[in-house]
Design a protein around this ligand. Structure first.
Ligand code: PEP
Length: 255
């Protein structure tokens, strides 16, 4: 990562895990372990846990995120949550386009774009997930695919709002599988994303955007992955549910 021009960000994605009481306990355990972090620390939690997470994180360096948002401000969308509601609840970040939303809940490049625009307009920082299935990697289309996902996700986001965008490169075959991309694979695709941002916006704008790697990042491999110049942090699933493991990753990003 290149700390002179951009922020390192380690974000946990708790997925569908933890009750409000468990949220309070885990954040209380994490707070002292990440207190001296020299990177931004974010925990994206289930909607039901947001109030407990915001309360537990008060006065600490941990920021709270959500795992999704709807693109409309309000209306007849049973079961959905708007970006404005997240802001009102004390949330600073939101994940858009996670592969589990794309795979199991019908999210498309177009809806990911709508969610991202709504998040940014509400004042949130969007962690926009892109990444290929294993078949697509085997077909040799990873770079074009990720570039296209990035371009569509950012339609309508002006250059002066890029500071509210983080791109997370998450190869789908590496998520929750224990099979991590090599540092070279992560670097190659993160660099493709940065070149795509340079093409859409400008080279200097692209240099300032935080690009994370996500996919079985853990306490054992974080150092190596984060050593690459275009890998500016991580989106962490499983390892973000364990305070000790998560704090080792935060320490790796703080070097
Ligand atoms: C994720 O959920 O974004 C993720 C990267 O999960 P894991 O770290 O468990 O692979």
């Amino acid at each position: 990562m290149k700390k002179s021009v951009r922020k390192a960000v380690i974000a946990g994605n708790w997925k569908m895990n933890k009750t409000p009481a468990e949220t309070t306990a885990l954040i209380n355990e994490m707070k002292p372990l990440v207190a001296d972090a020299d990177c931004d620390v974010v925990l994206c939690v289930p909607y039901i846990d947001i109030a407990a997470a915001v309360e537990a994180a008060k006065g600490s360096n941990i920021k709270i995120g959500a795992e999704n948002c709807h693109w409309e401000k309000s209306g007849a969308y049973t079961g959905e949550i708007s970006a404005d509601m997240l802001v009102a609840a004390g949330v600073d970040y939101v994940i858009t386009g996670h592969s589990e939303r794309r795979t199991y809940f019908g999210d498309t490049d177009v809806t990911v774009n709508k969610r991202t625009v709504a998040a940014v307009e509400a004042g949130l920082t969007a962690i926009v997930c892109v990444g290929e299935y294993l078949e697509q990697r085997d077909q040799g289309v990873t770079n074009e695919l990720v570039a296209m996902q990035t371009k569509i996700a950012l339609q309508g986001i002006p250059a002066d709002k890029l500071n509210q965008i983080i791109i997370a490169y998450e190869p789908v075959w590496a998520i929750g599988t224990g099979r991590t991309a090599t540092a070279d694979q992560a670097q190659e695709v993160c660099a493709v994303i940065r070149n795509t941002l340079a093409e859409i916006y400008c080279p200097k704008c692209a240099e300032a955007v935080t690009i994370q790697y996500g996919g079985s990042m853990n306490a054992g491999n974080a150092d190596e992955l984060l050593s690459r110049v275009d890998v500016d942090g991580g989106l962490i699933g499983g390892a973000s549910l364990k305070a000790a493991d998560f704090s080792v990753i935060v320490k790796a990003a703080s070097k």
